[in-house]
Each structure stands twice: as C-alpha cells, then as structure tokens.
Design a protein around this ligand. Structure first.
Ligand code: OAD
Length: 230
C-alpha cells in the first residue's frame, strides 16, 4: 500500500475513550456558554473562567485512554510513513498516546499554552493556568493554545496541499459542520481522492463522499485500516 492517505478526525473518535463530544446529548458545551468558552470575545470578558474551563479539561485528560480507533490509525501510519497524514480537530492527546506522529492539531492542543504577545511562542503545559502563568520565552501573559470560533485554524497551507495530493481521504467521528474542516472532503474529492466517511450517524447522501461506513469508531476504524493494508 503506497497510496497517499489523509485522515481527518473529530470528537467522535475519542467518544468511546470517555471524552464528551461537542454537540449532541450531554455534549461538552451543555453546561458552558459557547460564546464565553470558545470565542476570543468571551475570553476578553471572562479570562479566568475560560482558563478554568480548559484547566478542568486538561486535568481530566489523564483519566482517558486511546481506544482501538486511535491505535488503528497509528498502525496505518506505521505502514504508510510519509504517505500518511492525520489531521485532528481534537485538542486531546489520545492520538499521540496511541503512537501517531504525522499529526496536525488544527484546533490546537489542551496540553500547550501560547504567549499572548507572540503567538509563535507555544509551549508544553500540564498544569493549572492562572493570570500569573507567563511565557517561558518572553514572560508575557499566556492563553490556552486552542483555536476559538472566529480564529484561523492552524497548519492550513500544509493541510490544503495534502488534501490536493491524496488519493484517499477519510473523515472519522466528525459532524462536519465546522469550517474549514467540513470543506476538506470537497477539496479532496474535487482532486479525485476517494472519500470515505466513518461515523456513528451517517447521512443518506453527500455529494463529496463515495463510501459511508456506519458504527462505533473503535470497531469500524480497525476494520477499515485492515481492508486498506490487505
Ligand atoms: P461534534 O461533537 O460536532 O461531532 C461528533 C461526531 O462524532 C458526531 O457526528 C457523532 O455522530 C460522531 N460520533 C459520536 N460517537 C461516535 C463513535 N463512538 N464512533 C464514531 N462516531 C461517533 O464534534 P466535531 O465534529 O469534532 O472546534 O466538532 C468539530 C469542532 O467543533 C471541534 O473541533 C470544536 C467545535 O467547534 C473547536 O473547539 C475549535
């Protein structure tokens, strides 16, 4: 197998690990106003509340383990090496803990903070961010390394190039409603990639999707990877 494959994952891949998805019943945002915890305006108004929201998520992260879907994607990468790219909208570290390395966190990472003075100052962080947490490079104040609504997702140039070059594109466990990630299938499809959707709920039809595989990610993703690796 030497085909170029790009995979996009969303919150659904981590659901069976116990992490809440964003939308749907009992979603992550059920008890928190999105306009406060997921927008730059909300952060400007309520900095401590927003930092604490991400502090709480960060502390709970260690209680969750990668599942068979995360491990299957790491296995696919092991076989394809540079022909594989994993893009995730998730801010958890379950893909890394499963062994994925060719991985882009387009919506940021819970286990990192970023400097408020220089956005290129990004550093590992696994504690409780407060107003006295400072950038280790320039001592300015910090913020969660999370892409909020209205902000530009990360690595977009690299992602667009990979989407145009891939022969297979799959999107897994994502509701496909948040752009630009929701538009990746149409970019890949219009550049002749075969597009597969793997999700718990699937639509009857999508003009940019060739194959739909319905089920729990921990069951369907390992089978899909097996079918690719033959
Ligand atoms: P959503 O919560 O919108 O969607 C999760 C998807 O996973 C739904 O389509 C579910 O049907 C599916 N799902 C749930 N359990 C599953 C399972 N066990 N196996 C397979 N699929 C399952 O999450 P995302 O699409 O990731 O951005 O949300 C996209 C972005 O919305 C997030 O990255 C976040 C939010 O705005 C930022 O925070 C910047």
């Amino acid at each position: 197998m030497s085909k170029k494959i790009v995979v996009l994952t969303g919150a659904g891949i981590s659901a069976e690990s116990g992490l809440k998805t964003f939308r749907g019943n009992n979603g992550l945002w059920e008890n928190e106003p999105i306009d406060i915890v997921a927008t730059p305006e909300g952060y400007a108004k309520e900095r401590i509340r927003v930092k604490n929201f991400y502090n709480k998520l960060r502390t709970t992260l260690k209680n969750f383990q990668p599942n068979n879907a995360h491990f299957a994607l790491a296995r696919l990468e092991e076989s394809l090496l540079e022909n594989f790219l994993l893009i995730t909208q998730n801010v958890d570290d379950l893909h890394e803990r499963a062994g994925s390395k060719r991985l882009l966190h387009m919506h940021g990472e819970l286990l990192k903070l970023r400097c408020e003075n220089n956005p290129e100052h990004i550093f590992d962080f696994n504690g409780n961010e407060t107003e006295s947490t400072h950038c280790p490079i320039c001592s300015a104040s910090t913020r969660p390394h999370i892409v909020w609504f209205g902000e530009m997702p990360l690595y977009m140039q690299e992602i667009e190039l990979a989407l145009k070059e891939c022969e297979i594109f799959a999107y897994i466990g994502t509701s496909s409603v948040v752009y630009p990630a929701a538009g990746f299938k149409s970019i890949a499809h219009s550049h002749r990639a075969h597009v597969t959707c793997l999700n718990l709920e699937i639509p009857n039809f999508d003009p940019h999707t060739d194959t739909f595989i319905q089920g729990n990610a921990s069951e369907i993703v390992p089978k899909w990877v097996d079918s690719l690796l033959g």
